[in-house]
Write a protein that binds this ligand. Structure first.
Ligand code: ADP
Ligand code: ZN
Ligand code: ZN
Length: 745
């Protein structure tokens, strides 16, 4: 027997497939990880195929050394999925295979963790006698007493009894009274208690209705649904009940949520509901934790996985349901290579493994809602909040009028008043400012030049921390002192513009001296549990006002929040991206949805310089349908997705002229390809080569070739050709192929 093995999938140079002989008696099937001889080294490989014959001369064929596990690490359907993804992305199989196993398992960096257990090594009847022999050795006697029940006790437990028990345990072992065993021990992610103790509340009629619509498909292992439920309508409970049905039927389920929504509270709640059957996968897990969760899933011990993006590749068997919560989230698009859209991967898994797919959001993406309109998804709706709670009342404040009235602060009078009332009544408030730092940029009053990053074509942000002000680049991390004089013209009229979260926090502290104010943005949430700490303080009520970027808008359920203030609603609206309106609508609707989730009704104050703007108006009314209708007709007229496909080939090089030359050469190649395929003339709406808005990032100069194609199968075919061009690497140039990228910056 022979095996085709893809060797060294971890190597960046690209892996290749070789044929090896399977030794007598070694049982292998596709998906096994194996050790193979490679030159003089031993390398790791993944078995792709097992066959009886090989075309390769037998005397040159080497033998597989050993399997790395006694089970295939990559399940057959995930092997197929990797193959399909490699095809779609036009990338090597090794790159997509890598997604299927935890990163640290690949390089053998994590070990199976063991726990030390201690147990009696003498019959229980003898304990009393031996105990007396220990005389004054009190600690040894205490330990012996603990172990006298005959059960195994771990180090942690012994330590609660005796501080520093090492020497005493040693003594007891030497006297042959106790013995030590090591057991494999699976790390439990923080906060996940694994005892199911909660059956959930009684369902509302809306929830019953939606579940009733999904169940028949669930039983048949089919169906794609889009659940549009307003914020606070109880979507999570719907998922939980469906998962319960799936588990009862002996199948498994996958719930994908945005990374940021995987709060300790959510994790704990999930664990209480599903107990031992639950596993959690997210990027803040330690390497060992992640590896252990992966193994529990692979062995079938965990049958419900809740996780962020990468959890879509969890090695579940007999999958019955995939849920994608907050399906509109940008984070479901992986921008790292190989690029993938979780929604596409989930659909592919659902089809291949006969599972039901359920997407859910209060603000479905234009793409998904358009699919529902076309009948590709069944639309389910939950139009009202749990307990008949009203949606929050939204006040749109015209900041131009505030200026006219002489209010130059960043807080309008209505927002100031609402904040005061909220604080006086002992409630909590959230303030959204979608920019971190203190001031968003620093520029010269005389020549107008902003201070820019040395490595990137972006202006630097003013940050204040630890008593020191510094300019930061949000793209490359470069920092510089705040200049006294303008680097461009030497004038000393340096001024700061545009407030960020730090400034908001500062102002709130001035407004309410002594009140506890929190801030959640990328700067305060670095590290393993940075954002958990901030949210916990807010949940407990210790923090009264939470200032933050869009991070605070997402899926959080804090019943004490009665006020949400949006400080600069226009900020995302004017982003040079065809999705700016959609993003703004989602952000405003989602953040408003954080208010009034408890007993007291919520209030939202939206500050804007364009109160008449349609997006602001519709989000204030939480009118998704009207927004969708308006936006879809705009997209149709302006020829944007879903009617078209936007594609770009992005070229980056350390040398400006190399980037440009390479982009132009690519454009020429595309030109001749298009000439050879006259059928593509009709779908080509835009084809241009230019500098993107950000001309340099991290010291790399950028050019791009942009395409807009009429959506359809011809467009997909052309995309295949275009992505192939990106694969042909050029020296000192990187070329990236991007399909409907999240921004054309
Ligand atoms: P959504 O995700 O739709 O914004 P959630 O799932 O967060 O809403 O639910 C909002 C709140 O309602 C949560 O606190 C949840 O525990 C509660 N809830 C959900 N379903 C029920 C129910 N049937 N009865 C009582 N409370 C419920
Ligand atoms: Zn100047
Ligand atoms: Zn930079």
């Amino acid at each position: 027997m022979y095996a085709q093995v893809i060797v060294d999938i971890a190597s960046e140079a690209g892996a290749h497939t070789y044929t090896y002989r399977i030794p007598e008696g070694m049982e292998l099937c596709p998906g096994y990880r194996v050790q193979v001889p490679f030159g003089r080294q031993t390398k790791e490989g993944v078995v792709l195929k097992v066959e009886e014959q090989s075309d390769y001369p037998p005397e040159k064929t080497k033998e597989i050394k050993a399997p790395l596990e006694d089970y295939p690490a990559i399940l057959p359907w995930l092997l197929e999925l990797a193959g399909e993804m490699a095809g779609v992305n036009h990338c090597p199989l090794a790159e997509t295979l890598r997604l299927m196993i935890p990163p640290d398992m690949r390089r053998q960096q994590v070990s199976v963790r063991t726990r030390r257990f201690f147990q009696l090594d003498i019959p229980r009847e003898k304990v009393a006698e031996e105990r007396d022999k220990l005389g004054k050795k009190t600690r040894c006697r205490m330990i012996l007493d603990l172990l006298s029940d005959g059960a195994g006790h771990d180090m942690e437990e012994i330590r609660t009894l005796v501080r520093d028990p090492g020497p005493h345990l040693k003594e007891l072992k030497e006297r042959k009274l106790i013995r030590e065993t090591r057991e494999e021990w699976l790390r439990t992610p923080e906060g996940l208690s694994r005892s199911a103790e909660d059956d959930g509340p009684e369902l509302t009629p809306d929830q019953e209705e939606v579940i009733g619509q999904v169940l028949p498909s669930l039983k048949k292992g089919e169906g794609r649904f889009l659940l549009h439920g307003v914020t606070g309508s109880g979507k999570t409970e719907v998922f939980m009940r469906l998962v319960q049905h799936v588990l009862n039927a002996g199948r498994s389920a996958l719930i994908l949520v945005p990374e940021i929504a995987l709060t300790p509270q959510m994790v704990a709640w999930f664990g209480r509901r599903f107990g031992e059957a639950a596993a959690v996968i997210h990027s803040r897990l330690g390497r060992g934790e992640r590896f252990d969760e992966w193994r529990r899933i692979r062995r079938g011990e965990a049958r419900v996985v809740i996780g962020a993006r990468s959890a879509v590749f969890s090695p579940l068997t007999n999958l019955g349901l995939i849920v994608i919560d907050e399906e509109h989230e940008q984070s479901y698009l992986s921008d790292r290579h190989p690029r993938y859209d979780v929604r596409d991967v989930a659909l592919s898994r659902a089809l291949r493994e006969h599972a039901t797919l359920l997407l859910a959001s209060a603000t479905p993406s234009m793409l998904s809602f358009a699919k529902a309109r076309k009948g590709l998804y069944t639309l389910l709706e939950m139009p009202s909040r749990i307990g008949g709670r009203p949606l929050p009342e939204v006040t749109v404040v015209d900041m131009r009028r505030e200026l006219e009235k002489g209010n130059r602060s960043m807080f309008s009078l209505p927002l100031q008043k609402a904040l005061r009332t909220c604080v006086e009544q002992g409630h909590q408030a959230m303030l959204l400012m979608n920019h971190r730092g203190y001031y968003s940029f620093v520029s010269c009053r005389r020549c107008g030049e902003p201070v820019k990053c040395r490595n990137c074509d972006v202006s630097l942000t003013y940050h204040f921390g630890g008593g020191e002000a510094l300019l930061h680049c949000h793209y490359c991390g470069y920092t510089a002192p705040v200049p006294r004089v303008c680097p461009a013209c030497g004038s000393d009229r340096i001024r700061y513009f545009g407030a960020g979260t730090q400034k908001v926090e500062d102002e709130v502290r001035h407004m309410f001296p002594g009140l506890s104010v929190g801030r959640m943005d990328m700067d305060t949430t670095r590290g393993k549990s940075g954002h958990a700490g901030i949210l916990e303080k807010f949940r407990s009520g210790e923090t009264r006002i939470l200032v933050g970027t869009q991070m605070i808008a997402k899926g959080l359920d804090f019943p004490q929040v009665t006020l949400v203030g949006v400080l600069a609603a226009d900020m995302t609206l004017h982003f040079p991206d065809y999705r700016a309106r959609e993003r703004t609508f989602q952000l405003l609707t989602q953040v408003s949805g954080r208010a009034g989730r408890g007993e007291t009704p919520g209030q939202v104050v939206v500050q804007t310089y364009q109160p008449e703007n349609e997006v602001i108006q519709l989000s204030a009314r939480q009118d998704y349908r009207s927004f969708y209708e308006s936006e879809i007709s705009r997209r149709r007229t302006a020829m944007y997705p879903p009617f078209t496909v936007m594609v770009r080939l992005l070229v980056e090089s350390g040398k400006a002229e190399r980037a440009e030359a390479q982009a132009r050469r690519l454009a020429e190649r595309v030109g001749s390809i298009l000439d050879a395929h006259p059928e593509w003339a009709a779908i080509r709406l835009l084809f241009t080569v230019e500098q993107p808005p950000l001309t340099m990032i991290r010291g790399r100069f950028r050019w791009h070739v942009l395409f807009k194609l009429r959506a359809g199968s011809e467009a997909e075919r052309l995309c295949g050709v275009l992505s192939g061009l990106a694969e042909e690497r050029q020296e000192d140039c990187d070329v990236y192929y991007e399909y409907n990228p999240s921004a054309m910056m």
